[in-house]
Ligand binder design. Structure first.
Ligand SMILES: Cc1ncc(COP(=O)(O)O)c(C=O)c1O
Length: 318
C-alpha cells in the first residue's frame, strides 16, 4: 500500500468511497478502544472526515483506468492512483503527485525504485542477450546459484544448502518445493502412500493450485475448490500437536518462519526445532517459505539464519 505524502490523510490511497468508509470505521474504532491521548484521537477524527482527494472523474487517471478496465480481468480491487515512475522510496502517479512507498512491491523492491546501478545492468544485458530459455546454459543463472548458496552459508542459514532451482515467482518456487517433497515421498515409500503435505493456518504460499492448496484461507480456496489431495493444516506454534500432525504418510511440511499475510506472526525457535526433529523422524521434507520474510528484512539474509542449525530446512523458497 502506498501512502500519499501530500495529503497526510487516513485512507488517502484508497478510493473515495472505500477510503471514507475505511477511515470513518478506523477513526471510530480508534476512538472506541484506544488509550491514545484525546488530542491525537481528535486529530484522527478530523483527518478521517476530510474529503478524499483521489483523482477526480475527469482526470487523466480516471480516463485511462476507465478505458483499460474493459480489457482486464478484475482480479484485484485497486486504489485509484496510476503510478508511472519511481525513485528510491518514492513513487509518482500520472498526475505528478508523489507518494512514499510503504509497499515496495510487497517487499520485493528491496533496493528501491530504479536504482541506477541495477538499471544500468539491465540495460547492458538487454543489449547483449535477453532470453534463451532454460534449455541452454547462460553465464548468469549458474553464477546466481553459486552466489546464493555461498551467501546463505556465510549468513548462517541452511548449512547443508547445495543446489538451487531458479524459477519465475514465489508460487512457482513453492510448487517446485512441493513437487520435490512428493518425489522424495515416492522414493522413500514406492507404494505411493507417502504423499501428505502439512501447512499452517494463517499462512500464504501462493495462488497456483499446489501453493493454494497449502494456503488454508477459505477466501482464496473456496472459488477454486476442490484443492489438491493430501493437504492438512496445523496450528502455528502448537508444539503439542506436531506428533499427531506430522505422521509417517507425510512427505513434506511447508511453513513461513514469520507469517506475512497472516499478520507478522513469528514462529518460536522451540516450535521450529520440534518440527525439524519430527520431519527427520518420519522422513518428511521441511520447507521454509521465506518469500516474504527473507532477503535481509529481519536483519539477516534469511529469517531462519537466527535459528540453531538443528532447525534448518531441507528446502528454502525465496
Ligand atoms: C510467504 C509467501 N509465499 C508465497 C508468495 C507467492 O509469491 P508470488 O506472488 O511471487 O507468486 C507470497 C506472495 O506474497 C508470499 O508472501
Amino acid at each position: 500500500m502506498a501512502f500519499r505524502l501530500s495529503t497526510k490523510r487516513f485512507g488517502a490511497a484508497l478510493s473515495a468511497s472505500r477510503a471514507s468508509a475505511f477511515s470513518r470505521n478506523y477513526a471510530s474504532a480508534a476512538t472506541a478502544t484506544s488509550n491514545l491521548p484525546q488530542e491525537t484521537l481528535d486529530a484522527i477524527e478530523k483527518e478521517s472526515s476530510l474529503p478524499n482527494s483521489d483523482p477526480p472523474p475527469d482526470s487523466q487517471t480516471s480516463r485511462l483506468v476507465g478505458s483499460h478496465l474493459p480489457y482486464m480481468v478484475p482480479t484485484y480491487v485497486r486504489p485509484p492512483p496510476m503510478f508511472e515512475k519511481g525513485e528510491g522510496c518514492y513513487l509518482w502517479d500520472i498526475e505528478n503527485r508523489r507518494y512514499l512507498d510503504f509497499t515496495a512491491g510487497i517487499a520485493v523492491n528491496a533496493l528501491g525504485h530504479c536504482d541506477p546501478g541495477m538499471a544500468n545492468l539491465i540495460a547492458q544485458q538487454s543489449r547483449m542477450l535477453i532470453h534463451t530459455s532454460n534449455l541452454y546454459h547462460n553465464p548468469w543463472t549458474g553464477a546466481l546459484s553459486q552466489l546464493l548458496i555461498q551467501k546463505t552459508k556465510e549468513a548462517g542459514g541452511m548449512h547443508e544448502a547445495s543446489k538451487t532451482f531458479i524459477c519465475n515467482s514465489g508460487s512457482e518456487a513453492n510448487e517446485a518445493a512441493l513437487k520435490f517433497a512428493r518425489k522424495v515421498g515416492k522414493a522413500v515409500q514406492p507404494d505411493g502412500s507417502k504423499y501428505g503435505i502439512i501447512s499452517f493456518h494463517n499462512s500464504f504460499h501462493g495462488r497456483t493450485m499446489g501453493s493454494l492448496s497449502a494456503t488454508p484461507n477459505p477466501k482464496y480456496q473456496k472459488p477454486f475448490a476442490p484443492m489438491l489431495p493430501g493437504f492438512k493444516y496445523g496450528t502455528y506454534n502448537d508444539i503439542d500437536s506436531i506428533n499427531t500432525l506430522v505422521m509417517e504418510n507425510i512427505c513434506g511440511v511447508i511453513i513461513e518462519p514469520i507469517q506475512g499475510e497472516g499478520g507478522v506472526n513469528v514462529a518460536t525457535h522451540d516450535f521450529l526445532l520440534a518440527l525439524r526433529r519430527r520431519c527427520t523422524e518420519v522422513g518428511a521434507v521441511l520447507i521454509y517459505d521465506e518469500i516474504q520474510c527473507g532477503l535481509s528484512r529481519t536483519g539477516q539474509l534469511w529469517a531462519h539464519a537466527a535459528l540453531p542449525k538443528e532447525a534448518h530446512p531441507d528446502i528454502l523458497t525465496i
